[in-house]
Design a protein. Structure first.
Length: 466
């Protein structure tokens, strides 16, 4: 059984795009020769990187603590703590009189907040900030592990580059108190557990992410398709425990069921021409980069910024709600068909193909998540890490190497349009477009890797489907 080796630079050599390993010396690139000729010290660079990350984590944590100490509005931290207290003392978490839900997350999340809130409000905020920092570091390390087969000893660009691309959204995680990094950590941990033969733990991590914020449950589709039955069963069982059983000690059986029922009707099943779930003014706003929101913005005459009340629209057609949904279903099916078409057969799967499948899954989840606000695209940390790893392993010069660089540059360029032209760029879905560019780029690589017989030295995927 393989184990995740966090404390060693030993371990297997890096995987190539076909699932094979590079021999010692074969992985040397012109970049490596350049850095060595200029006295590049990997150990010193790693220490600098760790130091800078530490400084960033502390700097990002200052504002929420200062806001609390000064009695200022503290973004979602106030809501999280108040919700935890309501859950703890039997209060009403989800209004039943048609008022919008102040707290939109599942009742399992409210129960976790109630437990965390037992320490008091300031320690609660500090606990969330520490958890966010741990999740950020964990996402970087697990991304490198899944992309290369090793946690340590890789090129600094793999650790630093993807984070720099999404750093504004990492800052949002601290400022707003949002859990997107924690959700990503759960799913990356699940993929790592599947690689190392721990399907029950993998299922538990998927369930934990879905109990905090519902949309990660879409990962269950890949578990079912790949016949990971142990992980699938573990996901379902753990989800029942987190959504129903965990709240019972302080909510009671009846209220726990009522919470889940009210939340399901108000969030999961709430979708009409005016709103997605509980945010009518923001549902179809430029801030929502989901496929559903973008299609409604472009194909129907709906406000592109409902919160501003300025009547601004960006639609290029004026279809009715039914026709718009038909278009959404068609595009969604096409994306799923593309995903399935590039997947390799079981006998051609390797750790590399599984890694690319995981990256594509995260990109599809972002597209299909009905409320995919801009900060949730911090999830691109892993697909970007994977793309950088593929570029470093592709022979240079070659068409494949150039195409990978061009595709990644295009995705980053489109993604970066949010900096100078946030409102307009996001109204036309620049973050979603960057997401889909990466999806096509990784899909192409998965197709190539999955149609090549693994050569000697390749690591086959562990199949725990029974």
């Amino acid at each position: 059984m393989r184990t995740l080796r966090l404390g060693s630079t030993g371990g297997p050599p890096p995987l190539s795009a076909s699932g094979t390993t590079h021999l010692e010396g074969a992985a040397r690139s012109p970049w490596a020769a350049y850095f060595e000729s200029h006295g590049y010290d990997p150990g010193k660079s790693a220490r600098w990187a760790v130091g800078l990350f530490g400084i960033a984590m502390i700097a990002f944590s200052v504002a929420p603590i200062v806001n609390h100490l000064r009695g200022l509005q503290n973004k979602d931290y106030n809501l999280w703590y108040a919700t935890g207290q309501l859950a703890l003392h039997g209060g009403l978490i989800y209004p039943t009189d048609h008022r919008p839900f102040p707290f939109m997350y599942p009742p399992g999340c409210a129960a976790l907040l109630a437990i965390a809130g037992l320490v008091g409000e300031l320690p609660f905020i500090v606990l969330l900030l520490v958890a966010n920092s741990a999740a950020w570091a964990g996402c970087i390390l697990l991304s490198v592990y899944l992309a290369t087969g090793r946690v340590w000893g890789q090129h600094p660009l793999l650790y630093v580059g993807p984070t720099l691309v999404v750093i504004p959204f990492v800052h949002d995680m601290y400022l707003l108190g949002q859990p997107a990094l924690g959700l990503l950590l759960c799913l990356l941990g699940a993929f790592a557990c599947l690689r190392t033969g721990r399907p029950w733990t993998a299922g538990g991590l998927v369930a934990l992410a879905a109990a905090i914020k519902a949309y990660p449950i879409l990962a269950l589709g890949l578990l079912v398709y790949r016949r990971q039955w142990k992980a699938t069963i573990a996901t379902v069982l753990a989800l029942v425990l987190l959504l129903l059983v965990l709240p019972m000690p302080f909510r009671g059986v009846h209220q726990s069921w009522a919470d889940l029922s009210t939340w399901t009707r108000g969030m999961v099943l709430k979708y009409d021409k005016d709103t997605i779930a509980q945010r009518p003014e923001r549902s179809y706003s430029f801030k929502n980069q989901s496929l559903i929101a973008l299609a409604n913005r472009l194909l129907r005459a709906v406000p592109a910024n409902g919160e501003a009340k300025d009547g601004w629209r960006v639609n290029v057609a004026d279809l009715d709600f039914r026709a718009t949904n038909a278009a959404i279903v068609g595009v969604s099916l096409a994306l799923c068909a593309f995903y399935l078409a590039v997947m390799p057969r079981y006998n051609l799967r390797t750790e590399r193909t599984d890694a690319i499948e995981a990256g594509m899954l995260l990109l599809l989840i972002q597209a299909f998540n009905p409320l995919s606000f801009d900060y949730s695209f911090v999830w691109l940390i892993y697909p970007l890490t994977l793309a950088v790893a593929l570029i470093r392993e592709a022979p240079a010069p070659s068409r494949q190497h150039s195409a990978l660089i061009g595709g990644l540059a295009m995705a980053i360029l489109v993604f970066g349009l949010s900096l100078p032209f946030r409102r307009v760029a996001q109204a036309y879905g620049n973050l979603l477009i960057a997401d889909l560019v990466l999806l096509v780029l990784l899909g192409w690589q998965l197709y190539l890797a999955g149609r090549t017989l693994p050569r000697q030295g390749a690591k086959p995927s562990l199949d725990h489907s029974l």
